[in-house]
Design a protein around this ligand. Sequence first.
Ligand code: ADP
Ligand code: MG
Length: 448
Amino acid sequence: MTKFEELGLNGEILRGVRDLGFEEAFPIQEAVIPVLLTGRDVVGQAHTGSGKTAAFSLSMLQEIRPKNGIQGLIMAPTRELAMQITDEIKKFGRHTGIRVATVYGGQGMRIQLDALERGVEIVVATPGRLIDHLKRGSIDLRDVTHIVLDEADTMLDMGFIDDIQFILDLAPEERVMSLFSATMPAEILRLSEEYLKNPKQFLLDADDLSGEGIDQSFLVIKDRDKVRYLIDFVKQAKGQCIVFCSTKYRTRDVQRFLHRERFGAVAIEGDMSQHRREQSMAKFRSGKADILVATDVASRGIDVPRVGLVINYDVPNQEMAYFHRIGRTARAGAKGRAITFVSYSSVGDWNVIKRQIKVPIKDLNAEMGIEISIPDPLKREMPSRRFGGQPRGGRSGGYKRGEGGRSGGGGGRQDSRGNRRRRNDRDGGSGNRGYGSNRNRYGGRSRW
Ligand code: ADP
Ligand code: MG
């Protein structure tokens, strides 16, 4: 292990790092920081919770001069992640005089305009709102020298790529750019070559996505039995717990159910107002709520160190999402547990994911003596997840809307630029895994 002092960082930054109690640099930090400091582009892949934020932030802080315009730009897929990155950079940079602003949808423009008018050197943004600012001239990228795409495989996915292209076209050619994610599929690596110049690649755990220190298990049960088992597992949880559901409706219903059962549970999903999203995250981060029930909006990047258990209430629709979801526990070398509930209709989806898990995974049916009785084996061959992950006609205890699987009427929302957005069928549980279809694998813009 290397000390931060050996990485070429200056005294002000080292003080910030020391204030946080970081003693030694994590492997991705040790690898990436010196290279970014030489001005070379980087692709950084390392496990969830292994310190990628500091890897890109510390080198960026060192290269940026206060009061010299926006020089650093970090883009992330969700508002909550953008805010988290900002908070972390503020802590690292507190002795540097460098100012950071977060730019994201759902928050009033005025607050962001005020911050930008006061002057900032680093902007952390979600792409849609950043484009709004670029179009109205409240952000200008001409002084930008450092660009980071966090959760880069999502950012270069079809749902975001046009926005990213638009933004990068407005930034100077001369720039240091880096991409980070725990998952870096080969097609994303190929695509990255279009955006990076001779990047140095650090693929630290590319052959084993399954996070270290996570005790993984699965339980095949009827969809309607999930609530009962959820309560059992949540009661045994050490630390806080995140419960991931496949749709916005199910997220809300499960949260309400837990709340009625007197658990301190909050929810986050993409149809909630930004105010309520922030309230939920604040309660969860502060420990006032023990359980966060979430769609995949919370599957990437969110760092809450006390999370000891992740429950996949529904099998994720996309393999990579599994690794990101379970990676919300076992942060920074801690231990954690992940349990996946597999309804009968999701067995096929689950098998696809399970094949990619390289570490032993516990079969709770065997351990707890719970029999699986899938009535018609042909159901395994059914196009998966057509009904929001629930068996056809199945009704879960107390759930009225879950199985419909459609994310409510309307179909499509106005985005902040007045364009009609494609309704996300993935949240609606319509069963698009992306294979052989011309849809992108995340199912469009309003994906969470
Ligand atoms: P990743 O982006 O790789 O998923 P994060 O950057 O969110 O991981 O970091 C995970 C956690 O590890 C955070 O709580 C962060 O503060 C902590 N952390 C990062 N680097 C170090 C370090 N060198 N020593 C101790 N803790 C660290
Ligand atoms: Mg991260």
